[in-house]
Design a protein around this ligand. Structure first.
Ligand SMILES: [Mg+2]
Ligand SMILES: [Zn+2]
Length: 279
C-alpha cells in the first residue's frame, strides 16, 4: 500500500457540530472490524409526525403561499421551491425567531423517544438522511433534547443570512440516480456512509432504513436480504414499493416491516437483534 492510500485510511470522516456538513479528523486505524447495527431515518413524517417544510408555511400571510411559488416544486425541484418560500416569508417580515419558534412546536412521532431510549447506543449508530434542511432538523432535535443521539445528519445545508432570511442549498448535485432528486440521493448517501464507517473499522451486520416517502425508495433498494426496510403504514412509500416492483422490476431485497409508531420499530429490532436493546 502506498503512503497516499495509507494516509487516506488514517483519516476518519466525522460529523461537524453543525448538521449537514462533514469534516475530516485524524484518527488511528482500528485493525479489527467492529460489528454494529445501523438505523437510518428519514425525518419528516418519520422522526417527526408533521412535514417541517409544510409546517413552516403557516407563517405566511393568511397561512398561504402564492401559487406561482408552490408551482416551482414540479419545475425546479423541492429545494428551489423551499428557498423561494423562505424568501417570501422574509419579504413578509417573518423573523428567524418566528421560524425557530414554529419548529419548537414540532413533536417526535409517537414511540420514537421510547425507541431511542431502548437502543444500546454502544451497539447501534443512528443517522438521519432528509430532504428538509439543517436549520429545521438541528432546532427540532435540540428542542426535543435528542441532538447528541445521532451519529450524523445528512440534509440540505441552510443558514440565516445577514438579513435574517433563511438561505438553502441542495445537499449535493447528482445525475446518476433517476430514482432520486438532483439535490439528494439518499441511497448514495447511505452507501457512502457505510463505506466511510468501514474505513473506521465499523462493520454493520444489520442495516435498518425507516421512512415514509417515495424518496426513501432508493436507499431501501440498496439494502440486502439480511437488512430491514421500514415503510410507514398508510404513507406513499408502501404503494410505491409495489408499483416499482410491478412496473419496473425493481425489487426490494430487505425484509419489509410496516410501522406506524416507533414502538413497532422497537419490537422488530428486539425480535431480530435482542443484543442491541438495553436490558
Ligand atoms: Mg418523510
Ligand atoms: Zn438515489
Amino acid at each position: 500500500m502506498n503512503n497516499e492510500a495509507l494516509n487516506r485510511l488514517r483519516w476518519r470522516r466525522s460529523i461537524c457540530s453543525s448538521v449537514g456538513l462533514l469534516r475530516l479528523k485524524a484518527h488511528p486505524i482500528q485493525m479489527s472490524a467492529c460489528d454494529k447495527v445501523l438505523l437510518a431515518f428519514d425525518f419528516d413524517h418519520t422522526i417527526i409526525e408533521v412535514n417541517s417544510d409544510y409546517h413552516v408555511r403557516k407563517l405566511a400571510p393568511g397561512g398561504v403561499i402564492p401559487h406561482e411559488i408552490v408551482a416551482l416544486h414540479s419545475d425546479e425541484g423541492w429545494t428551489k421551491c423551499m428557498a423561494e418560500i423562505f424568501r417570501y416569508l422574509h419579504e413578509n417580515s417573518v423573523k428567524p425567531k418566528d421560524i425557530l419558534d414554529c419548529m419548537s412546536e414540532v413533536e417526535f412521532t409517537s414511540g420514537m423517544v421510547e425507541l431511542f431510549e431502548n437502543l444500546n447506543m454502544e451497539k447501534v449508530d443512528i443517522i438521519i438522511i432528509s430532504d428538509a434542511n439543517s436549520v429545521f432538523i438541528d432546532h427540532i432535535l435540540e428542542t426535543n433534547g435528542r441532538k447528541n443521539l445521532f451519529h450524523s445528519v445528512f440534509t440540505n445545508p441552510a443558514f440565516f443570512d445577514e438579513n435574517g432570511r433563511l438561505s438553502l442549498e441542495g445537499y449535493h448535485v447528482q445525475d446518476h440516480c433517476t430514482l432520486s432528486t438532483k439535490n439528494l440521493c439518499k441511497g448514495q448517501i447511505l452507501e457512502d456512509f457505510i463505506t466511510a464507517r468501514r474505513l473506521d473499522g465499523i462493520k454493520y451486520s444489520l442495516v435498518g432504513y425507516i421512512g415514509d416517502g417515495m424518496n426513501d425508495f432508493c436507499p431501501g433498494l440498496k439494502l440486502s436480504e439480511v437488512d430491514l426496510f421500514f415503510p410507514r403504514q398508510g404513507f406513499s412509500l408502501v404503494k410505491y414499493i409495489q408499483k416499482m416492483e410491478t412496473e419496473q422490476g425493481l425489487k426490494v431485497r430487505a425484509e419489509l416491516c410496516l410501522w406506524n409508531t416507533g414502538l413497532d420499530i422497537l419490537e422488530k429490532i428486539k425480535e431480530k437483534r435482542p443484543d442491541v436493546i438495553k436490558s
